[in-house]
Unconditional design. Structure first.
Ligand code: IPM
Ligand code: MG
Length: 356
């Protein structure tokens, strides 16, 4: 298993350390043959080399079977031009590796129902897979940028673009994934206003013709944002555009108690990239306060999707469940009467559980 590990910035390195600990444990238990390389990405790479992603690291990513990524970004690099910001590294990796399908599962763990800011009866039983298109839409469309007008004013532009091919391939991923779940897809758009997403709706409907056993519904993104907190159990697979998916997956994360719980898998092209959906949390970085679970669950997704070792993924997910059951809580999911732990202790508890 050839894996490139990119810890990144902020809490990235500390959560990655725990995730690798768990991966090592699983590797020992199942005799997996790990071949891991490390690289710098984001702000860490800017500080060392002046750019957020060196060609050398990109090539390593292309040669690997999977990439594990922590998080990138932080206030230190916010003043930089967009073309050299830490986030650019992430977008370049996604684009260059052709990872157009981003799977973001939001599942409420039983022991955490009362850790959410939402009421138990709203979130209990929630199990959603957000499928976010990752290499198109508003993030990559052109024209884009900020220009100075003759009047002296500035004008900023981003463009929401999709081709039928891009929509079709992500729709197929959604229907395939739904086939292995509760067989319901909600495609989310803003077809009442945005032409590009009207095309999205039309193409998704056409592709659906090939999947008669899957139930398809369409929803406007504003309504979806509302429905997610009103009645999340109505959703199984949510299929959506890049930016909408970015926003809705953060919202879906909070149903599970904390954004620190949600892993993701980016698939479609060569290999796969696995990262938490949360950011680098510079405010708590280096203080052993972060929740490593999203990163650890990303390792589980990697074993399942890139290496077809679903049993190893299950093992990790069960270990996370047991540790939560046993009352271990990082700060973001803290509950009265539970055992408060730091990032390291949480990672160790999960790794011990995997070894059991
Ligand atoms: C995410 C993040 C990234 C995104 C940022 C860091 C570029 O928010 O993975 O959701 O917007 O895709
Ligand atoms: Mg995001």
């Amino acid at each position: 298993m050839k894996i490139l590990v990119l810890p990144g910035d902020g809490i990235g390195p500390e959560i990655m350390k725990e995730a690798v600990k768990v991966l090592d444990k699983v590797a020992k238990k199942y005799s997996l043959d790990l071949e891991m390389e490390y690289g710098l990405v984001g702000g860490a790479s800017i500080d060392a080399h002046g750019v957020p992603l060196r060609d050398e690291v990109l090539n390593l990513a292309k040669e690997s079977e999977a990439v594990l990524l922590g998080a990138v970004g932080g206030p230190k690099w916010e003043g930089l031009d967009y073309s050299v910001r830490p986030e650019r590294a992430l977008l370049t990796l996604r684009k260059e590796l052709g990872l157009f399908a981003n799977l973001r599962p939001a599942k409420v763990y039983g022991p955490l129902v009362d850790a959410s800011t939402l009421k138990r009866d709203v979130i209990e039983g929630t199990d959603i897979m957000v499928i976010r298109e990752l290499t198109g839409g508003l993030y990559f469309g052109t024209p884009k940028g900020v220009e100075r007008l003759e009047s002296g004013e500035e004008r900023g532009v981003n463009t929401l673009v999709y081709t039928t091919g891009e929509i079709e391939r992500i729709a197929r991923v959604a229907f395939d994934v739904a086939g292995k779940r509760s067989k319901r897809v909600t495609s989310v758009d803003k077809a009442n206003v945005l032409e590009a997403t009207e095309l999205w709706r039309r193409v998704v409907t056409e592709v659906h013709g090939d999947y008669p056993d899957i139930e398809l519904s369409h929803m406007y993104v504003d309504n979806c944002a509302m429905q997610l907190v009103r009645y999340p159990r109505q959703f199984d697979v949510i299929l959506t555009e890049n930016t909408f998916g970015d926003i809705l997956s953060d919202e879906a994360a909070m149903l599970t108690g904390s954004i620190g719980m949600l892993p993701s898998a980016s698939l479609g092209g060569k290999g796969g990239m696995y990262e938490p959906i949360h950011g680098s949390a510079p405010d708590i970085a280096g203080r052993d306060m972060a929740n490593p679970i999203a990163m650890i669950l990303s390792v589980a997704m990697m074993l399942r999707y890139s290496f077809d070792r679903g049993e190893c993924g299950d093992d990790i997910e069960n270990a996370v469940g047991s540790v939560l059951e046993n009352g271990y809580r990082t700060r973001d999911i803290s509950q009265p009467g539970m055992k408060s732990v730091g990032c390291k202790e949480m990672g160790e508890a999960i790794s011990k559980e995997v070894g059991a």
